[in-house]
Write a protein that binds this ligand. Structure first.
Ligand code: FES
Length: 131
């Protein structure tokens, strides 16, 4: 009669634990990689007929002046809060610490000291495409 070799339960669990640890570590690395994949936001397609003035679209702010379009990131250059409104002076105002930016994206009031990031875009088929 052939004798089968049994792996002791303790050793089996040790190997199983090791394999699961490697699997979870790999999943964690993949999730972090995906979350931090380039600093650029995902592609966004918006209708090109935005009204004159300032329009907020989540992660972007579009300014239309005399048919000239400018696209800014809505991420405040202080600590990254999302800018989603104008104050009574017509400046873009951050809800977190009150930084205000003019419609050229330049800081008017701190604590932010850097301009809003201007995003490249292209116009195609009456759409604004932001990568
Ligand atoms: S994050 Fe905008 S002012 Fe601080």
């Amino acid at each position: 009669m052939e004798e089968t070799k049994k792996i002791p339960r303790k050793i089996f669990l040790k190997y199983l634990w090791g394999a699961l640890s490697i699997l979870f570590f790999w999943l964690w690395v993949m999730l972090v990689k995906r979350a931090t994949r380039s600093g650029t936001p995902n592609r966004m397609v918006l209708p090109a007929d935005v009204p004159e003035g300032v329009s907020f679209f989540g992660r972007v702010i579009i300014v239309r002046r005399n048919d000239k379009l400018t696209v800014f990131s809505s991420r405040c250059t202080h600590l990254g809060c999302t800018i989603k409104s104008l104050n009574k002076e017509g400046n873009l105002v951050c809800p977190c610490h009150g930084s205000a930016f003019n419609i050229n994206g330049e800081p008017e009031n701190g604590p932010a000291t850097e301009n809003l990031q201007q995003l490249p875009f292209k116009l195609e088929n009456n759409k604004i495409i932001i990568d």
